[in-house]
Design a protein around this ligand. Structure first.
Ligand SMILES: Nc1ncnc2c1ncn2[C@@H]1O[C@H](COP(=O)(O)OP(=O)(O)OP(=O)(O)O)[C@@H](O)[C@H]1O
Length: 292
């Protein structure tokens, strides 16, 4: 098991932020943690990496309890840039990690080239832009070639070409077997990069597969919704009730000619068929802004 979290509960004073989080990740994947400001993404990541204690629950990473310090040979955590030291260079930060984790120093050049930060590696961090700091944080979190990479808003402050570089670095890591869990508000990038979204709402997690979100969907309006639903049930065609006389289907489950034939046979009149594709942004709006 790569990540196993059971019934995680966390409160700050009287405010419950995590109210019973369950996560099981068995195979390498890329997961996005998505939710409005203050929904608990950083709190969850900090609990997972033992930076924060919690009231109830269990966390195991790569089969070991999250409090076991040995997990950090294989688990990395990209936090926000407040952890960086302005008086040190990017090179100093990476050398420190190499020394602590017994990683050969030649990895510094390799990782800097991969991320495109060679030209400012030896500058002091206080002279870095926001995007340069993000590059350094990424380099620090992947130099040990982690099996599990946890990232708190790694896409903040990146220009479009940096975002592409970082996306490619993360995809390459994933193809080498790394599981990545990242929090982000950049829903377009999430659509491109991740396989699964964990939406954080009311202290709980709702899991959505990007492959399912990206499927084409149909909204069908009929003259007799009750009858249509009876026919669909008889033929085991999955549907979602939207409102009276309106149903939605995902393309995979609905063969339109077959559907039209069944409705016609039973004298149900199809008044309208609309098709659309969803993604992270539409789902976010449905969940958090009440947009259907
Ligand atoms: N140290 C703390 N003491 C008290 N409350 C805190 C503390 N840290 C976070 N909180 C509260 O916990 C809630 C969740 O905060 P958290 O930073 O985990 O959210 P987030 O989803 O990461 O937000 P954002 O998207 O803005 O980064 C917020 O209501 C926040 O005010």
């Amino acid at each position: 098991m790569i990540i196993s979290i059971q019934n995680l509960k966390k409160q700050y004073k009287k405010e419950w932020v995590l109210k019973g989080i369950h996560i099981e990740v068995k195979t390498p994947t890329i997961i996005a943690l998505v939710g409005p400001n203050g929904s608990g993404k950083t709190t969850l990541l900090n609990c997972m990496t033992n930076l924060l204690g919690f009231s109830e629950g269990d966390i195991y990473l790569l089969g070991k309890k999250h409090t076991n310090p040995s997990i950090f040979k294989e688990v990395s955590y990209l936090q926000d840039n407040r952890i960086l030291y302005g008086n040190l260079t990017g090179y100093d930060h990476l050398k420190f990690i190499c020394d602590v984790q017994h990683i050969p120093h030649n990895q510094i050049k390799q990782v800097a080239e991969k991320i495109g930060m060679t030209s400012y590696l030896k500058k002091r961090v206080r002279n870095y832009s926001l995007g340069m700091k993000q590059h350094l944080l990424l380099a620090m979190s992947i130099i040990n070639k982690p099996k599990l990479l946890l990232m708190d808003e790694p896409l903040t402050g990146l220009d479009p070409s940096s975002a592409i570089t970082i996306r490619n670095v993360l995809l390459e890591l994933h193809h080498q077997g790394t599981t990545i869990m990242l929090s982000s508000h950049n829903l377009d990038e999430i659509d491109r990069l991740t396989n699964t979204i964990y939406f954080m709402k009311s202290g709980l997690i709702m899991e959505e597969s990007l492959a399912e979100l990206h499927q084409k969907q149909y909204i069908v309006t009929v003259n007799d919704g009750e009858k249509a639903m009876r026919i669909l049930k008889e033929h085991a065609i999955p549907y979602r009730f939207i409102q009276t006389n309106q149903l939605s289907f995902v393309e995979m489950d609905l063969k339109l000619p077959h559907f039209i034939q069944k409705m016609t046979e039973h004298e149900v009149c199809i008044e309208d068929i609309d098709s659309y594709k969803t993604g992270a942004e539409q789902r976010y709006q449905e969940l958090f802004e009440g947009v259907e």
